[in-house]
Design a protein around this ligand. Structure first.
Ligand code: S3P
Length: 434
């Protein structure tokens, strides 16, 4: 589907951020590991998180989806995931594909196959296969590293695992596997990444601790969890923040934004570039793992932007928003550089290539590097056509570019937005229509 986004006048008004995708996946998964009903309020109703509910049903969970956005999951228990009939379809959901095997690997004597769409079949799973095999599971992946792949569950051994890349998905996979392993499992991260799994595990009365870069989980017999509220998604809100930052004379409010410090890297980068974003952002929490996910309203206004440098340690805290850093860079004075972000090459698409070629096609002065990109601000974008490459975040970045451009942008494949933010175009037009 091709959708045109014309240059807009200033953006005004208020919207509510859609529910968080990362927290929705995790809340549903933990709920399925419990043998009592768990109510997840404000669950994201989008393609990715629907894949999670369908996967959990295939594993024996009873899932009710209520009109008002709540989901009630009645699971089978930590060690009782049923074998699915046929393969489990993860659709486009990388988080589901990397977290679920952590649980399945601990289901002794049972076997599961996971598969997904064409984009998922290009995304590596060796990063979770390696630690799970060290814990004793046997996994057969296509060409040793891609879906479809088959997990043979066993009684897992606990391990101490040093993550080779700062990945919240891999960290979470190992922590979930640790729940039903034979002792204490430790994961060490090279840099902080989103900590929703740790927070939810604590909320579920699991013994989980942080000591600097190390997270430790102790095995248990069951979880204790009655309900979870999903905060608004900081990554989805970031598109609206970026729009208000670059469309002249904008002033908007985004409500219910999850402001967990591990998710607000983009807001700190945007503020450093000069964007005016006012909200109650969480401070770094140190070694204490909170059980709550803080939320805030964000007030955003347009302001002159200056280029910035994003280094490797900041990358995991803004990983999904880096396309927007490139977009802001086009409107900023001077150079904007992102380094240490080679992970972008294995997202829903090769996001370095997608962003660089996409924005260049709209008139940007941008170069790819092996592990990021460099943009020279030229005061704006001409416009043109941007191919989303089936990637929801590229589609939405293209739409925002259109509003701020001189001639408008035609996004090829706008339907991809439904993966994480089905109401995106509607929300955006509410800010535009005056
Ligand atoms: C996610 C972690 C990140 C992020 C993805 C969601 C998560 O991936 O890019 O969109 O929910 O844990 P990596 O762990 O591969 O960095």
């Amino acid at each position: 589907m091709n959708t045109r986004f014309e240059p807009s006048g200033r953006l005004r008004g208020e919207i509510t951020a859609p529910p968080d995708k990362s927290v929705s996946h995790r809340a549903a998964l933990l709920a399925a590991m419990h043998d009592q009903p768990v109510r997840v309020t404000n669950y994201l109703r989008a393609a990715d998180t629907t894949s999670t509910l369908d996967a959990l049903r295939a594993l024996g969970a009873l899932v009710e989806v209520h009109e008002e956005g709540d989901v009630v999951v009645r699971g089978s228990g930590l060690r009782e995931a049923r074998e699915a009939d046929g393969s489990i379809d993860v659709g486009n959901a990388g988080t589901l594909m990397r977290l679920l095997p952590g649980w399945l690997a601990s289901q002794a004597g049972r076997t599961y196959t996971l598969d997904g769409d064409a984009s998922i079949r290009r995304r590596p799973v060796d990063r979770v296969v390696e630690p799970l095999e060290r814990m004793g599971a046997r996994i057969e992946a296509t060409d040793g590293r891609y879906p479809p792949f088959t997990v043979h569950g066993v009684r897992l051994r606990s391990i101490a695992y040093d993550l080779p890349v700062a990945s919240a998905q891999v960290k979470s996979c190992v922590l979930l596997a640790g729940l039903a392993a034979d002792g204490v499992t430790t994961v060490t991260e090279p840099a902080p990444s989103r900590d929703h799994t740790e927070r939810l595990l604590r909320a579920a009365a699991v013994s989980v601790h942080r000591d600097g870069r190390q997270v430790t989980v102790t095995n248990c017999d069951e979880l204790e969890l009655e309900s979870v509220r999903v905060p608004g998604d900081a990554s989805s809100a970031a598109f609206m923040v970026a729009a208000a930052a670059i469309v002249p004379r904008s002033k908007i409010v985004v409500r219910d934004v999850g402001v967990n410090w591990t998710r607000t890297g983009f807001l700190r980068i945007a503020a450093r570039m000069g964007a005016v974003v006012v909200g109650e952002l969480e401070e770094p929490v140190g070694d204490d793992i909170p059980t709550a996910e803080p939320v805030s309203e964000l007030d955003v206004r347009t302001a002159p932007l200056a280029g910035t440098v994003v280094e490797a340690d900041e990358v995991p805290l803004a990983i999904d928003e880096l396309p927007l850093v490139a977009l802001l860079g086009c409107f900023a004075e001077g150079e904007t550089v992102v380094r240490g972000a080679a992970e972008l090459r294995v997202k829903e698409s090769d996001r370095i290539a997608g962003v660089v070629e996409g924005l260049r096609g709209l008139g940007a002065s941008i170069e790819a590097t092996d592990d990021g990109f460099a943009v020279t601000g030229t005061g704006g974008l001409r416009g043109g056509t941007l191919d989303a490459r089936g990637d929801h975040r590229l589609a939405m970045a293209g739409a925002i570019a259109g509003l701020a451009s001189r001639e408008g942008v035609e996004v090829v494949g706008m339907e991809a937005a439904a993966v994480s933010y089905p109401r995106f175009t509607e929300d955006l037009s509410r800010l535009v229509a005056r």
